[in-house]
Design a protein around this ligand. Structure first.
Ligand code: GEK
Length: 247
């Protein structure tokens, strides 16, 4: 399959009925453009994943990239660390994403030990890991399944391991939240999206992407057993946290 990436035009024309968002072939074909123009800080977060891995990953440790899409986290780690530094399993539910991630990673970093599995992160058997990345994936799970997944990930992490959790968030204060959402739409306009595209995408994501507050994330991570949680990045209503499993 070609690794070309097209400009996101999924919601450019008016639709009679906006269907729920799905990670299908059409989305996969333009995904790198879509996520960079839609997620504030996406490139910066990816860049830091490699830096965090350099500091926190034990040599030869195993990494999970859950909801890996096209394998961007694996590529970021492979860009900073040599092949012997880590092994990585990427998991994604979308067959189209998985096919494209496999071909991209084998083209871009054939020496690195990266495998991509098609599966649901709620139901796979995890092996012990030193680092787990959930980069904008938990938000797509039904809210009632999130505690169990975070609990399983805590159990799978080795002592000294870290979980990176990046999410779209909702602010507790209504006025603050309204300001963040308005500026987020301005961010999308500044990146070339029309009002029609913004509103149709918003409709498509309703009940598909359900954001939590930062407090809810911190509380869930603590409940699971993480001893320390820090929000190391926030850009408008998008944030990334690191949770430590201390000994
Ligand atoms: C990146 N992390 O580029 N099991 C496995 N995968 C799932 C599940 C599930 N239950 N639900 C959704 N997905 C990536 C970006 S995108 C974020 C992640 C976005 C997958 C889904 O198929 C999609 O590929 C990914 O999670 C979310 O760093 O598009 O906003």
């Amino acid at each position: 399959m070609s690794s070309a990436s097209y400009r996101d035009a999924v919601f450019t024309t008016p639709l009679d009925r906006v269907a729920s968002f799905s990670f299908d072939e059409r989305v996969v074909a333009c995904f790198p453009d879509m996520i960079r123009r839609s997620v504030p800080g996406y490139g910066q977060i990816l860049g830091m994943l490699g830096v965090i891995a350099e500091r926190h990953l034990r040599h030869g440790g195993h990494v999970y990239d859950l909801g890996c899409s096209l394998g961007a986290a694996g590529l970021a780690l492979a860009g900073r660390l040599p092949p012997e530094a880590f092994t990585l399993t990427g998991v994604d539910l979308s067959p189209a994403m998985v096919a494209r991630a496999r071909s991209t990673l084998s083209d871009e970093c054939p020496e690195h030990r990266i495998e991509i599995l098609e599966g649901d992160i709620r139901h796979i058997d995890y092996r012990p890991a030193a680092m787990i990345v959930l980069n904008f994936t938990l938000q797509f799970l039904p809210p009632e399944d999130r505690d169990a997944v975070i609990g399983t990930l805590f159990d799978s992490l080795e002592t000294g391991g870290v979980l990176i959790l990046s999410e779209k968030i909702v602010a507790t204060d209504e006025q603050e939240n309204a300001w963040l959402v308005e500026r987020y739409h301005d961010f999308k306009r500044a990146n070339g999206y029309s009002d029609l595209e913004i509103s149709q995408k918003r409709t498509a994501l309703e009940n598909v992407l359900v954001p939590d507050t930062l407090n809810a994330h911190h509380a869930r991570l603590s409940r699971a057993g993480f001893s320390r949680v820090s929000t190391w990045f926030q850009y408008l209503n998008f944030a990334s946290m690191i949770a430590f499993k201390d000994g």
